[in-house]
Design a binder for this molecule. Structure first.
Ligand SMILES: NC(=O)c1ccc[n+]([C@@H]2O[C@H](COP(=O)([O-])OP(=O)(O)OC[C@H]3O[C@@H](n4cnc5c(N)ncnc54)[C@H](OP(=O)(O)O)[C@@H]3O)[C@@H](O)[C@H]2O)c1
Length: 304
């Protein structure tokens, strides 16, 4: 009550422009309406003057009363007025629209410039952190996914869900390399074992939801799920068979291959090793002897 300040009007410049435009518009429409009313009255008066009072009765262009032409002319003017108000003169007027558009464009330009300069400042930091992340990833990638397999010269690896050779040193090496690690295999390879191998975590891949595995064996339904299970293992092994080797080639970092130097009749094969992708880094030849019916080589490949 006492000393209460009057609130200042909270209308900004743009709102004011809007109000002024609206007022202009109302005036335009009022003028059109007035024109229409005057036209109606004027026309009646003209008709009355001509026909009723006989003013200019003798003036008959094209054999018509003169008021006909005057009324038509006036009607044309009224239509022009109408078109002018509703068609050519849009609600806010072209100038106003253009003005708003220019303002908007100018504001956007300023914002773009601001973003650009912020980006310039940020770019080195972003690049730095990307490099850092890459390095970190390389440092922290402690897992070396390794395919381990024995294959004949013709890539044969098995027949009737069994191996087609018995090489003691190959078995020994398999045991040495895989002990303490995850061994990932297809359901068929798992079934080719009489029982799970000691001291290794078995991860068996099968599409069957209800496939039962003994206690301690992990069953998954995809290779990706198997790799997730083994992610903390420094060297998980893919141990076969043919289907799972095929799937794993793109994920693996290393192949420990025992190349048995003979051709074998088989129903399962190791995928071709693409020499443009894989580089041989070790090769140890093993002769035939009383425990080994074939010559073979331990070959290590790493992904280039
Ligand atoms: N020489 C060697 O080094 C070596 C090593 C291991 C095995 N082998 C031999 O290889 C042969 C077995 O190999 P294999 O190719 O027939 O079978 P496998 O690869 O051991 O297992 C195939 C099974 O794995 C599951 N599987 C495959 N792809 C899958 C996917 N994308 N998602 C989910 N599950 C998938 C399916 O199980 P479900 O049917 O249950 O869905 C499929 O039947 C045997 O002869 C074995 O002795 C040789």
């Amino acid at each position: 009550m006492f000393g209460k300040k009057k609130d200042k009007p909270q209308i900004d410049k743009e709102q004011l422009e809007l109000i002024q435009n609206a007022q202009r518009r109302i005036k335009q429409k009022k003028r059109l309406y007035t024109h229409f009313v005057i036209f109606l009255i004027g026309s009646v008066l003209l008709i009355a003057a001509n026909i009723g009072l006989g003013i200019g009765k003798e003036i008959r262009p094209f054999d018509q009363d003169w008021f006909v032409f005057v009324v038509i002319l006036w009607l044309v003017l009224l239509v022009y007025h109408f078109i002018n108000v509703f068609v050519f003169n849009k609600f806010m007027g072209k100038d106003w629209e253009q003005n708003q558009l220019d303002k908007l464009v100018a504001e956007q330009k300023i914002r773009i410039e601001k973003i650009k300069s912020e980006l310039k400042k940020e770019a080195p930091h972003i690049a730095e952190s990307e490099v850092y992340n890459e390095e970190l990833k390389a440092k922290t990638k402690h897992s070396e996914l390794t395919i381990i397999a024995a294959a004949g010269e013709n890539d044969a690896i098995g027949k009737d869900n069994q191996l087609v050779w018995n090489l003691a040193d190959d078995m020994k090496r398999f045991k040495e390399l895989t002990s303490g690690h995850h061994i990932i295999m297809g359901r068929k390879t798992f079934e080719s074992f009489p029982k799970p191998l000691p001291n290794r975590t078995h991860v068996v891949i099968s599409r069957q939801d209800d496939y039962q595995v003994p206690e301690g064996v992990i069953k998954v339904n995809s290779l990706e799920a198997a790799l997730d299970i083994a992610e903390n293992d420094s060297q998980p092994f893919i141990i076969g068979g043919g289907e799972i080797y095929e799937l794993s080639m793109e994920y693996a970092d290393k192949i420990e291959l025992t190349r048995v130097h003979a051709d074998f009749e088989a129903d399962t094969f190791f995928p071709k090793i693409d020499k443009t992708v894989w580089k041989e880094i070790e090769n140890t030849f093993h002769k035939k002897d009383s425990e080994h019916a074939y010559e073979f080589s331990f070959i290590t490949y790493i992904k280039k």
